[in-house]
Design a protein around this ligand. Structure first.
Ligand code: THU
Length: 128
């Protein structure tokens, strides 16, 4: 499947504008291409109870499930400036669960495989 990185990036920037980040003032948006060809996205949603804030990737995997599931093929995460942002460790774990080793994550150095972004990842196979 051809990956339209610009389209995914545009969706991530659009999602970032919907972020609810009044505490950190650090909006994050993320978007992805799913293996059936559809696009999904998410933004961070913070909370007055600081530790309860949801990262944009939480919102993304929720959107994935809500709209029919499937596997992540290509993911773009951006900060408030619209530039590629490296997802936090916890969020790499969320992306790994739904995309596996071969899913691609855009970085300033170009697309990287999830297994290179989260080496020796713990995942569903470890529970077998
Ligand atoms: N954040 C994300 O949404 N995703 C990441 O991968 C990194 C951090 C959010 C959490 C918090 O709302 C804000 O960015 C500042 O840490």
């Amino acid at each position: 499947m051809e990956i339209q990185w610009n389209q995914i990036h545009d969706l991530a920037k659009e999602a970032m504008k919907k972020a609810y980040a009044p505490y950190s003032k650090f909006p994050v948006g993320v978007a992805a291409l799913v293996d059936d060809g559809r696009y999904i996205s998410g933004c961070n949603v913070e909370n007055a109870s600081t530790g309860l804030g949801l990262c944009a990737e939480c919102s993304l995997v929720s959107d994935l499930a809500r709209t029919g599931g499937g596997r992540l093929i290509a993911v773009v995460c951006v900060g408030g400036d619209g530039n590629f942002l490296a997802p936090c460790g916890r969020c790499r774990q969320l992306l790994f669960e739904h995309g596996g080793k071969e899913a691609l994550l855009m970085t300033p150095d170009g697309p990287q495989k999830m297994i290179d972004m989260l080496p020796w990842a713990f995942g569903p196979d470890d529970l077998k």
